[in-house]
Write a protein that binds this ligand. Structure first.
Ligand code: SAH
Ligand code: SF4
Ligand code: F3S
Length: 444
């Protein structure tokens, strides 16, 4: 009987893509996929280290999963991803039931490493300057959306951030391999691709920059929508803005992390842009891309963030009026530069600041969505809605969740939905949406 692999994924979309890559490696080595940890011979957690809370969750989950090992000692329990890279051998010491700790640049030979881990604990946490896995086929999850990493690592070294230490130096996949992956996704029936990288718009392969890559991806038949995340404001060239605006399949949604609205804080964070530069960029994007939806990431309570700095962030968010924002409490990450700086904002104050921003953002999101009532949106159908399976859901071009009464639509169809009601996070349609394209239609 063939062996079975179970992977649980935490963290960002790059980890989702990496898990599919690992599943591809296991598939080549003759493994089958297990849907539940209790059915697996190999249990892997693909982990995140971005905030302390992310690591706490993993420790909790490892505690739960260790019962499968106690019950069946042959089971291999492994930790992959950013927390593995961050803690290395300390993870084996702290959780002795873990058999293998494997970092993001060591997935190529993962099935072999697992075989070794059956004999003795394995630590595989060497970072590489050039590993991109460009030639490897991921085993993608079913659905309409394919995640494609186009670059790995990060060279920005923002003061708060662990990513450059756990994912290594920035490197781009060869453009030919990226386009092959987009074509392959189209051939597998995916309607949408999301190009991924920590600074995705820093992509470069020789003369091909991010703008040119978008143009080439835009020409791939069968793919209907192209998205990307996360661009860095400092890498957003005019060429890129123009490509986003003019490529028919590139969706009008940009996730543009701001982090703080105070120049003093941005400077200490080493974000390399000022609020004025950022807002000029937003104005350019909005002028070039009709119906643009903008989302962002914000950190509150960075060391030295004064009340005035916080108010500057609050004001910046109200000025830009994001469609959505992810707001985080600053979490010192050992290894990142700012972890050495004393924390000046206590937990209660962080909570006050984050709650205020979340509340105000909710109001803004609701106002923006309210304005869509009565209009029509284009929805790519994904499947039954979580709360009520008689309703189905999909994403709009702006990456908003749309929920509508299901009749005979199929996953992968594109509909025109009339917006009847909204919440800050969702658009609700009434009546029967009109079909624009079915899943079988192939676009050019
Ligand atoms: N590459 C992206 C960010 C990836 S991490 C960029 O440069 O924008 C996702 C988000 O996590 C960041 O945008 C930031 O808001 C948040 N984050 C990163 N490190 C953090 C930390 N130490 N504490 C709190 N939030 C953090
Ligand atoms: Fe982290 Fe900054 Fe790189 Fe984003 S750009 S991954 S925040 S170091
Ligand atoms: Fe987390 Fe690693 Fe992504 S730290 S956010 S999983 S790159």
């Amino acid at each position: 009987m063939s062996r079975r692999i179970y992977i649980e994924t935490y963290g960002c979309q790059m980890n989702v893509a990496d898990s599919e890559l690992m599943l591809g490696r296991f598939r080549s080595a003759g493994y089958e996929r297990a849907e539940l940890p209790g059915e697996a011979d190999v249990i892997l957690l693909n982990t995140c280290a971005i905030r302390e809370h992310a690591e706490q969750r993993i420790y909790g989950r490892l505690g739960e999963l260790s019962r499968y090992k106690v019950r069946r000692p042959g089971v291999v329990l492994g930790v992959a991803g950013c927390m593995a890279q961050h803690l290395k051998g300390r993870l084996l010491e702290r959780v002795p039931l873990v058999d293998i700790v494997v970092g993001p640049d060591a997935y190529r030979d993962l099935p072999l490493l697992i075989d070794q881990a059956r004999e003795e604990p394995v630590l595989a946490t060497r970072l590489s300057r050039d590993e991109t896995y460009a030639d490897l086929a991921p085993a993608r999850a079913d659905g309409v959306r394919a995640w494609i990493s186009i670059m790995r690592g990060c060279d920005k070294f923002c003061a708060f951030c662990i990513v450059p230490y756990v994912r290594g130096r920035e490197r781009s996949l060869p453009v030919g391999d990226v386009i092959k992956q987009v074509e392959h996704a189209a051939a597998e029936g995916f309607k949408e691709v999301v190009l991924l990288g920590q600074t995705v718009n820093a992509y470069r392969d020789g003369d091909v920059d991010f703008a040119e890559l978008l143009r080439r991806a835009d020409r791939v038949h069968g793919i209907e929508r192209i998205r990307f995340t996360s661009p860095h404001p400092a890498d957003m060239t005019d060429r890129a803005v123009e490509a986003i605006a003019t490529c028919a399949k590139v969706c009008p949604h940009v996730h543009l992390p701001l982090q703080s609205g105070s120049d003093a804080v941005l400077d200490r964070m080493r974000r390399t842009y000022t609020i004025a530069h950022y807002e000029t960029l937003v104005a350019k994007l909005r002028a070039a891309i009709p119906g643009l939806s903008l989302t962002t990431d914000i950190i509150v309570g960075f060391p030295g963030e004064t009340e005035a700095d916080f108010e500057a962030t609050r004001a910046a968010m109200l000025r830009t009026r994001y469609d959505a924002a992810f707001v985080f409490k600053y979490s010192p990450r050992p290894g990142a530069r700012s972890a050495e700086w004393p924390e000046t904002v206590d937990e209660a104050e962080k909570t006050r600041r984050i709650s205020l921003l979340i509340e105000e953002q909710k109001q803004t999101s609701l106002e923006i969505n309210d304005a869509a009532i009565g209009g029509e949106v284009e929805v790519l159908v994904e499947g039954p809605a979580r709360r009520d399976p008689k309703q189905w859901f999909g994403k709009t071009l702006q990456f908003k969740t749309a929920v509508f009464p299901h009749r005979d639509e199929n996953v992968g169809d594109t509909l025109r939905m009339r917006v009847a009601e909204v919440s800050p996070y969702t658009l609700f349609g009434d009546g029967v949406p009109a079909a624009i394209r079915t899943a079988e239609d192939v676009t050019v």
